[in-house]
Design a protein around this ligand. Structure first.
Ligand code: GDP
Ligand code: MG
Length: 434
């Protein structure tokens, strides 16, 4: 899947990371490469134009950073734009208990509706799905659904060739009676989007009010799939799309264009005829796949580090000017703890090893500072014996603990001041251990 795009972006990535400096000349080359890669990957040309323009604007605003090379920053911009292009947030089907939700699959003949209906049935097996053949004209369509459905151990609504609406309503009733929590309607396809088809789909929509109307489109048809999505969305309404046959040598452009051009989010990609070939669609993961998974994952990690570092820079400035107080100390600790498993995060801060951070110690310090009054935090010098007793009682610690905290704090403050004046070369110590 996306093989062509992946290999083109691999070359681009290498080139981008190889640049020591990225001036407007290098950027022009990079943008041209990206443009060609996307167009050759069959991405809609209007999208490509916007994409390039957005990257260009982002790059104009890039903040230089010591920890990230210029290539990293450009790649980050490309990654973020790709995620946006793919629809930004993943979509999931959510079924509430209290209704009998219908999912209707629609699309042209041969797109993969019947196969996908059964794949979805397998995926949502826990909801005891009922598969409904809504192609009353072709007996073969019914037989296909029955044989695929049965082989997967799923229930299929019996064929009723007289009336389509009677069929889907009957299926809703049967679902209710027999405790099927969802029904999956496999509608009849056509070779083209024609009036008869649109009317039929509208009638189904009116009769069962599907919670999800999903277009099943053949990903191999590229921009045609995008046009179908726009046409159906316009005329019958769509909640999302499923792109099939993404396992073939598809260029992937449909997947990249459909969310923005047709304004139809992708729910799933199908990657094979076998019933397990159904993947949830995550814009960020697909973008990572296209750009080279491992590299992007580690870049995102690195960027998190740098962002933590930027926050640190503000407080560091205060620290090195000697103006650090216990309030800052607490603020900083809270900020760091919010980020996640402490050791891992702390280890991203230059100069701190994972083993430097003791979670319990941090909690104790936080409790002690929380038990201080505001003026005590801002001016620890006023904390005398009786105040220490009060703080220790309030925080469930001992006077000895308070003494130690104050000692560490004043040591840190003096050290910071010296580092700030350039007297000592060093890195910022991390609260919790000095
Ligand atoms: P329908 O006419 O829309 O119901 O399409 P079908 O479900 O009958 O599928 C048409 C053909 O495409 C069948 O031969 C399927 O096996 C095949 N097919 C469906 N989904 C995929 C897929 O994700 N990958 C591949 N390679 N083939 C698929
Ligand atoms: Mg079919």
């Amino acid at each position: 899947m996306f093989d062509g795009l992946i290999s083109r972006f691999q070359l681009i990535r290498r080139k981008v990371l190889g640049y020591g400096r990225i001036t407007s000349d290098e950027l022009a080359v990079i943008l041209k490469d990206i443009r060609v890669a996307l167009l050759e990957g069959d991405v809609n040309y209007r999208l490509v134009k916007d994409f390039i323009q957005n990257i260009e604007e982002r790059c104009a605003r890039l903040e230089l950073s010591k920890s990230l090379g210029p290539g990293d920053l450009v790649l980050k911009a490309v990654y973020e734009e790709l995620v946006l292009m793919l629809g930004a947030t993943p979509r999931k089907m959510i079924f509430k208990d209290h209704d009998r939700p219908a999912v209707s699959l629609l699309g042209l003949q041969g797109a993969g509706k019947t196969t996908t209906a059964v794949k979805l049935g397998v995926k949502y097996r826990g909801l005891k799905p009922l598969l409904v053949p809504a192609d009353i004209k072709r007996p073969a369509a019914f037989e296909q659904l029955v044989s695929l459905g049965r082989s997967a151990g799923l229930d299929v609504y019996p064929l009723d060739r007289t009336d389509l609406i009677k069929t889907v309503k009957g299926a809703m009733d049967m679902a209710y009676d027999r405790g099927h929590k969802i029904i999956i309607i496999d509608t009849a396809g056509r070779l083209h989007v024609d009036e008869e088809l649109i009317d039929e789909l509208r009638e189904i929509n009116d009769a069962v009010k599907p919670v999800y109307r999903l277009l099943v489109a053949d990903g191999m048809t590229g921009q045609d799939a995008v046009n179908q999505a726009a046409a159906f969305h316009d005329r019958t309404g769509l909640d999302g799309a499923i792109l099939t046959k993404m396992d073939g040598d598809t260029r992937g452009g449909a997947a990249l264009s459909i969310a923005r051009i047709a304004k139809v989010p992708i729910f799933f990609l199908c990657t094979g005829e076998q019933l397990s070939g159904l993947e949830e669609f995550y814009p960020d993961r697909v973008a990572q796949r296209i750009l080279g998974m491992g590299d992007i994952a580690s870049l995102v990690q690195k960027i998190k580090m740098v962002e933590a570092d930027i926050d640190q820079a503000k407080i560091r400035q205060k620290m090195t000017s000697g103006g650090l107080d216990l309030e800052d100390f607490l603020e900083q600790m809270k900020a760091v703890r919010k980020l996640g498993p402490l050791g891992k995060i702390a280890a991203m801060i230059p100069g701190v090893k994972e083993s430097d951070v003791d979670e319990n110690e941090m909690k104790k310090i936080e409790a002690m500072i929380n038990s201080m009054t505001r003026s005590e935090r801002q001016n620890p010098g006023i904390i005398d014996g009786s105040r220490k007793k009060r703080i220790a009682a309030g925080s469930g610690t001992t006077v000895q603990d308070i003494n130690q905290l104050l000692k560490q704090f004043s040591y840190a403050r003096d050290l910071m001041k010296k580092i700030g004046k350039g007297k000592i070369k060093g890195k910022m110590p991390f609260p919790g251990k000095f």
